[in-house]
Ligand binder design. Structure first.
Ligand code: FE2
Ligand code: FE2
Length: 142
């Protein structure tokens, strides 16, 4: 993924990013502990859960940099099934989220729903991009 001379710099950047995500997670956990209001908790959870996701994915990328990753035919089948099922599901989720957002008028639910809608759009784009690079994964299979 990166040239050997850039490996250390990349590692440092990912480490720094993970530390930032951990700060968000810890700070958010402390704050949600101070409120029993479900909406306040949801406002904070929206970010905390993304940070947990980011940390997990960054750690996986980091580990993958220290070994050779290959994809078996079974792995490819799993990815194929994932793309096949989720391309439609995510498009449906966008349509549904747009309708829900249109119907809601209160500021906090609207704020949360609009961010979830952006997530759904990002999931849809992710599935298309993944579909486009599936061939790359098939290059080095057993
Ligand atoms: Fe993040
Ligand atoms: Fe989604």
């Amino acid at each position: 993924m990166t040239l050997p001379e850039n490996r250390k710099k990349f590692d440092d950047l990912v480490n720094r990013w993970i530390v930032l995500e951990e700060s968000t997670i810890n700070e958010a956990k402390n704050l949600t502990g101070n409120s029993r209001n479900p909406m306040v908790r949801a406002i904070i959870d929206l970010l905390r859960m993304d940070s947990e996701k980011h940390k997990h994915i960054l750690q996986t990328i980091q580990k993958s940099m220290h070994s050779t990753v290959t994809f078996s035919t079974d792995d490819l089948k799993v990815v194929d099934t994932f793309v096949e099922k989720h391309m439609t599901l995510e498009k449906n989720a966008i349509e549904t989220a747009e309708q829900a957002l249109e119907m809601s008028s209160l500021p906090i639910p609207r704020l949360l729903l609009s961010h979830l809608l952006e997530d759904e759009k990002s999931h849809d784009a992710y599935m298309s991009e993944l579909n486009d690079i599936k061939g790359y994964m098939a290059k080095d299979t057993d």
